[in-house]
Design a protein around this ligand. Sequence first.
Ligand SMILES: Nc1nc2c(c(=O)[nH]1)N[C@H]1C(S)=C(S)[C@@H](COP(=O)(O)O)O[C@H]1N2
Ligand SMILES: [Mo]
Length: 431
Amino acid sequence: MHDHVDLVDEHSYDRRRLRQFLAGDARADGVDRRVLLKLLAAAGGAAAFGAAGAAPASASASASATVAAAAGIVKPLPPELFTVRGTNAESKVASWQGKGFHTPVDRFFVRNHTSTPVLDADSWSLKVWGSGLRGGRAAEFGLDDLRRLPAVTTDALVECAGNGRSYFTSQQGESVTGTTWGLGAIGSARWRGVRLGDVLKRAGIARDAVDVQPRGLDADYVTADGANLGRVRRPLPVAKALGDVLLAYEMNGEPLPHDHGHPVRVLVPSWVGIASIKWVGDIEVSDVPLYSPWNTDFYRLFGAAYPPGGTEPLTRQPVRSTFELAAGAEFAAGETHTLTGRSWSGKGGIASVEVSTDGGATWTRARLRDPARAHNWVRWSARWRPVRGGETELLARATDTRGNRQPERTVHNTQGYLFDAVVRHPVTVVA
Ligand SMILES: Nc1nc2c(c(=O)[nH]1)N[C@H]1C(S)=C(S)[C@@H](COP(=O)(O)O)O[C@H]1N2
Ligand SMILES: [Mo]
């Protein structure tokens, strides 16, 4: 296998994808050519491409993928554990208190583009196919085939890139599109499965493979404007696919639950949740770069502060923190309370957390309850003895082991991704 390491970083890799597209050498099913032209312009390549005729993506609305009015989620969504947001369910951060390091499945958030397909593990199979396999020969794996490969266990978070999105509006007065998450679009689990790399090697991945695109078995995603974007899929650079990525079949010691990708999902530690394709049914291995709506229109940063074609595709998550409290929680004055919360980063472990109970005027160090570990959060606690009654705001800000620290404000992007600013959590002190 030749050295793919330089391609792990999407920033440099994306430039290469675009160069290959310029050479007429990339596959971009379902991606509007104008979108790619915008990306090329951002990368300084549009002039070379010229004004070639547009080949618009098909935009036929598919009846097979009508989004249910209620969430198409299998597990119960009791209101003390979840806030339902369209086809998604946000975990209530207050429900994490005292519930351990890993998030129990009964309160793990669900992000579905359409609805949960209920798949039968016995008849499920994974097809690996494409020009990036030796001889172009496809390979098929059943769940038993995967279970016969060496099993790997990884503790990791899955988090939506849009986690915290609602604070762009409520704290910064900015408008963004997408699900209006608080900070509960995250969960931590112990995942067990096989290395995607082991499967790709068994399938005969060729030296010249560049992209690996898992695709879900859930219904086609049809946008609000009626454009059918096809099934949820997003390419991974081959170097990443051969790295720490799992095909997971267990979550917290149980078979993967339906809502989280039963029987098998991709798990890409520390990357934006969209990389961790659920209900994976096939994986295209390609010797030319691949594009999907999920690495072109979505999951790049667009906006005034960014290039016209957006940034490179999003990969690692930023630093975030939350208290394990409901908004407006009440505390008795004159008593000592233990505030608890969690902080995490996609770029390293968490090194320190500071808490303010006076709206950000003064800060004290929280006590960390877990060691700093990549791909995982730390639980923390801080004592608080409020004196007077009234409204106040609690703030928590974390710094990761790479020195990344939560800012006061996140630079706006139109789709509200990667909100990492310190969140102001309103509470009431009762005298
Ligand atoms: N097939 C498929 N995979 C998917 C999605 C989806 O809708 N369909 N949603 C993605 C997004 S945006 C996120 S944030 C995570 C959420 O994982 P969870 O529902 O297990 O919490 O799954 C990702 N994988
Ligand atoms: Mo997501």
